[in-house]
Design a protein around this ligand. Structure first.
Ligand code: SF4
Length: 245
């Protein structure tokens, strides 16, 4: 587990790394490419113990950004005090390529350390639905299932029986709070702007953000704005609410 600069959690934990969605703005891929030593072949990989680089340091991404199950990391939450943990910040744990068995082992590990709050995030929320229908998605107060939805037409998931949230990051369009707008369904909304190379051409507008926040607040849905919105909203316009506080 690692401390993190991601403002809406305390730590990240990556028992699975890698993702095949291929988003052009992917920060995680840049990190894996920079710090990993291995080649990619597009397949799934399993590690029962850490792999070392030629200099004997641990290679955190020995298969680059290929999906990799670092099974030796499963016990990491066990000895820690309670934290807000973003599970698999360097992967999409719910990508279609991830075997159910990997997800089940990660969930089992979370259930063994109930002192933490676990925050999951996916660009494939249909997998939540399938797992929930199969009884494989724990219904726990300390489990939060997020859908990453950069545009209003992106699929998201909500449930009466699970805590759910929407991560509108990077916000690429205005969201009209009509129909199935996520702020009406989920228990928390995170909003952020694109960062990194080329991001200055894809910044959200203040007039996209304000109505969304107003609608969420009218529905008593907490909103968390990431620091990437400070240049747009100003510090005075920032909202940083958590649903568990
Ligand atoms: S879903 Fe996330 S981890 Fe996967 S490619 Fe897109 S930004 Fe990267």
């Amino acid at each position: 587990m690692n401390s993190t600069k991601i403002e809406w959690c305390d730590m990240t934990w990556n028992p699975v790394t890698g993702c095949l969605h291929g988003c052009e703005y992917c920060y995680a891929r840049r990190v894996a490419t920079r710090f990993g030593g291995g080649d990619e072949d597009g397949g799934n990989h399993f590690l029962g113990k850490p792999m070392l680089k030629p200099n004997y340091s641990v290679d955190p991404y020995p298969y680059g950004f290929d999906p990799t199950f670092h099974r030796y990391r499963l016990g990491e939450p066990y000895q820690r005090r309670g934290q807000n943990i973003f599970v698999c910040s360097m992967a999409d744990l719910f990508g279609e390529w991830v075997p159910d068995e990997w997800i089940e082992e990660v969930m089992k590990s979370c259930l063994l350390s109930p002192q933490h709050r676990y925050l999951f995030l996916t660009k494939n929320p249909g997998r939540y639905m399938k797992l929930a229908e199969a009884g494989k998605l724990p219904e726990k107060d300390n489990f939060w299932y997020g859908s990453s939805i950069p545009t209003p037409t992106t699929q998201f998931w909500w449930s009466d029986r699970h805590n759910t949230f929407a991560s509108i990051e990077p916000m690429m369009e205005a969201f009209q709070p009509a129909g199935d707008c996520p702020v009406k369904k989920v228990g928390w909304v995170i909003i952020g702007a694109m960062t990194g190379p080329g991001s200055k051409y894809h910044q959200p507008k203040k007039e996209w953000i304000e109505p969304l926040v107003e609608d969420a607040q009218a529905l008593s849905v907490p909103v968390f704005m990431k620091d990437s919105l400070i240049p747009i909203m100003g510090e005075a316009g920032m909202v940083r609410d958590f649903p568990w506080e």
